[in-house]
Design a protein. Structure first.
Length: 264
C-alpha cells in the first residue's frame, strides 16, 4: 500500500509549479512509474538527499523503499529550480542534489503536509522566458498547431525555436507537443470527461488506436492498464484533481466537465 496526496502549489509558485505532493510507502517497497509531463520534478525523501528528475521522454520505473516518506514538486515545462547542469543534459535522468540545508529542513517537519510547506517556502521564484511560455501555451493539445507555424508566430525560425526549447524545456518542440497531448488525455480521463474515442479526439489524437500507440510508447502500458482498468476514469484510488484542474484551465472542455473550480 502507498499513500499519495497531491496539492495545488501556494499562489507565489503557481506560475512555475503545476502540483506539489507527498507519498508514503507501507511495509513493502513500492514500484513507482514516473510518466512524462514535460517538466522537471524535485523529490525530497525525508531523511534522504533531494533529487531532480529531468524531463522524461518515456516512463521511468523507480523502487521506493518500504516505510519511506517523500515530498515532491512538479514544475511546468520551461520552469525549473536552479540546475546543476544544462536542462537538456537532465532528460530521462535522476540527479542527486548536494543541498543539505533543504534536506535537513524537510526532515525536521512535523508531518508530510508541513514538509510540503517547508519545501515550497524554500523554492525560489524563477523568471520564465516569455517566448518559451507562449510556445508551451500554444503546444497544449487545446491549441492544435504545427511547429513551423508556431515558429513563425513567435518570429523565430524552426531551428531557433528548437534551440530555445532545448535550453528552457530540455526537449524539442515536437517532443514536448506529444507529451502535452498525452497529458491532456490523462487530465481529461482523470476528470471523467468521456469515453475512449471521445477522449482521444478531444486530446488531439487521430483516433483511439493512435492514442493507444502513444500511450504504450510513453508509459509502457495501454490506456486501460495505465488507468487501473477503466479508460474513462483513473481507478488508482488517488485524487489527482490538483494535477488535472490547472492543466485543464485553458481547455475548451472546461464548461462541459462540471468541475467545481479551476483555480490554481
Amino acid at each position: 500500500m502507498t499513500e499519495y496526496v497531491e496539492r495545488l502549489p501556494v499562489p507565489r509558485l503557481a506560475p512555475f509549479v503545476r502540483t506539489v505532493w507527498f507519498q508514503r510507502t507501507g511495509d513493502e517497497p513500492y514500484v513507482q512509474r514516473h510518466l512524462p509531463t514535460g517538466g522537471v520534478e524535485l523529490h525530497v525523501p525525508l531523511g534522504g538527499r533531494p533529487r531532480l528528475l529531468g524531463p522524461l521522454t518515456a516512463a521511468r520505473l523507480e523502487v521506493i523503499p518500504a516505510r519511506t516518506t517523500l515530498v515532491g514538486v512538479r514544475f511546468h515545462p520551461g520552469a525549473a529550480p536552479p540546475l546543476p547542469v544544462p536542462l537538456d543534459e537532465l532528460v530521462d535522468q535522476h540527479v542527486d542534489l548536494a543541498d543539505d540545508r533543504l534536506a535537513e529542513a524537510v526532515a525536521a517537519a512535523a508531518s508530510p503536509e508541513h514538509a510540503l510547506e517547508v519545501l515550497q517556502a524554500r523554492l525560489p521564484g524563477k523568471a520564465v522566458d516569455p517566448l518559451v511560455a507562449e510556445a508551451v501555451r500554444l503546444l497544449m493539445p487545446w491549441h492544435p498547431v504545427d511547429i513551423d507555424t508556431l515558429a513563425g508566430h513567435l518570429a523565430l525560425s524552426p531551428s531557433q525555436l528548437r534551440r530555445r526549447c532545448l535550453r528552457a524545456v530540455g526537449v524539442a518542440p515536437k517532443v514536448l507537443q506529444r507529451t502535452l497531448r498525452f497529458q491532456g488525455f490523462l487530465a481529461l480521463a482523470q476528470a471523467g470527461a468521456g469515453g475512449p474515442a471521445g477522449l482521444a479526439a478531444d486530446a488531439g489524437y487521430a483516433d483511439q488506436a493512435h492514442l493507444g500507440r502513444e500511450c504504450l510508447r510513453l508509459t509502457g502500458l495501454t490506456p486501460r492498464e495505465l488507468l487501473g482498468g477503466s479508460v474513462e476514469e483513473c481507478a488508482c484510488g488517488h485524487d489527482h484533481s490538483a494535477s488535472y484542474l490547472p492543466f485543464l484551465r485553458d481547455s475548451f472542455k472546461n464548461r462541459r466537465l462540471g468541475v467545481p473550480s479551476l483555480a490554481r
